[in-house]
Unconditional design. Structure first.
Length: 202
């Protein structure tokens, strides 16, 4: 995409720690702009008067969801005119009726991602993080066994590969082991330095 800075998606199953990692101050010190896709959707929904809270996002009609997703994409592309954008988002969502894509094809095509980074962790680590923040992950009640988490991560890697193929983007996995946040952040920064031309390295 001409005249655009890189658009890099960071994804992972709920509880893997992607928001904690992407919002780490050291990542903020890198010359990138971190945007959380769900927060952009919430912001646009509030501007429209369609929703009030993040919990409303799980209840809105499909057409409105797709509209908010496209508005979020437009905001990211506007930002990417001047600065590389790291997007914290879900590419595969576990719903009461099964797994569904986190972004429709139209959004993926328009975003034209430069790279997809998947944060990974063991099911035990992910379940421990969910247990420590039950309110955040309450919608996953009944779907938090280790087998389900492992299956979600397996499907996410396959789905992310499809997103990468559609965009002509690279794909990489970064492990986020329990108690090793600084190592994960460092691995992410090193990868960003490779993905973004002209980004100063340590």
């Amino acid at each position: 995409m001409q005249n655009m800075q890189p658009r890099i998606m960071i994804t992972g199953v709920p509880g893997v720690g992607k928001t904690t990692i992407s919002n780490n101050p050291r990542v903020g010190d890198v010359d990138v702009f971190v945007q959380t896709f769900g927060e952009l959707m919430l912001l646009k929904g509030k501007e429209m008067g369609a929703i009030q809270t993040a919990a409303d996002l799980a209840k809105i009609p499909l057409r409105l969801r797709e509209q908010l997703q496209m508005l979020a994409v437009d905001r990211i592309l506007e930002d990417a005119k001047s600065v590389p954008v790291v997007i914290d988002g879900h590419l595969l969502v576990d719903t009461p009726t099964g797994f569904v894509p986190g972004l429709p094809y139209e959004c993926v095509a328009k975003l034209d991602l430069s790279a997809v980074i998947i944060l990974t962790a063991s099911p035990a680590d992910i379940l421990a993080r969910r247990e420590n923040n039950k309110a955040k992950y309450q919608l996953l009640n009944g779907k938090s066994g280790p087998e389900r988490v492992a299956f979600h991560e397996e499907l996410l890697i396959k789905a992310s590969l499809q997103y990468a193929i559609l965009s002509g983007a690279s794909l990489e996995c970064v492990p986020n082991h329990q108690g090793e946040i600084e190592n994960t952040v460092q691995s992410l920064i090193v990868l960003l330095e490779k993905l973004i031309p002209g980004l100063p390295s340590d």
